[in-house]
Write a protein that binds this ligand. Sequence first.
Ligand code: TYM
Length: 332
Amino acid sequence: MNSKKKTVFSGIQPSGVITLGNYLGAIKNWVKMQDDYNCIFFLANMHAITVRQDPKNLEENTLKAYALLLACGINSEKSLFFIQSLAGETHSQLAWILNCYTQFGELSRMTQFKDKSQQHPENINAGLFTYPCLMAADILLYQPDLIPTGKDQKQHVELTRNIAERFNGIYGETFKIPEPFILSEGASIRSLVDPSKKMSKSDKNENACITILDPKDTIIKKFKRAVTDSEAKVYLSDDKPGINNLMTIYSCFTGMGFAQIEKEFSDKGYGAFKLAVGETVADALQPIQDKYHKLLSDETFLKFLYTESSQKAKDISQFTLDEVKRKIGLCM
Ligand code: TYM
């Protein structure tokens, strides 16, 4: 690690599919940051079990997500890219400790907890509630400067800062206080069926969400069906959330500004615009899909990579955990 560079830390749950929202809100930015920062990324498979998972699927999905992130451009020579459960003892131990420095009221205010409790009323487990303490542990163990995520994770990063400041206030400087790092563009990709909601892998309507591995014809079909409005004119406006979302997606892939997009489609209807967005997205995802299938055919190599990197993560995180345990008087 280069000590002059700032450290970036972030992660993603490997449950189910990886969406266009995950890609534009997080992964694409992580890939870009790799040259300028010390980057640490991970698959949050321990977080995934707050929702009931089929064990075989979770294990398979974790391997697939590892391959997919590499295919998206996470470079294991530039970044440390590990799996949470393989570095797990440090994460779960610090999570328990931070539980004891986090207030019930703080956790009750977390929007993700409220949303997921509504989605799974049959399984509002304690892990779902204390999830942000595990997330705070993930982050604080690695003493990072910046946490690049989509908008929906900002509240959790802010809570992490509060917990770290509280701990430092009691025991002296222990944790670096990390900053959320949220790019305005792509930070909140919306559902294609109901743009008032974020695009989410847990959406029951499969037309709501593009996944990185969707075939070209599926991507085009989903964009064709995307909910917009009846005006049939492509421009950015607060009362056109569907069109704003499609313009954002198009802009993220083409690098075009919104004014330029408005000009390109000034004399074209929604049909032509949706087709252009669909084709652009599908063409951009194609090389990622090709690389993913190639990587997935060599499981031994993938396992070698993540075992090695997770051991490194464990060693780095042990350092912070030991300091915390010493400070609070836990026998070691
Ligand atoms: P997860 O797995 O829900 O999402 C991974 C990343 O994708 C972003 N994202 C989106 N961005 C834009 N538009 C969307 N529709 C969209 N949907 C998801 C998320 O903001 C996130 O950056 N709790 C985290 C995982 C985690 C973590 C951490 C992240 C666990 N520990 C420590 C950072 C640091 C989560 O569930 O992300």
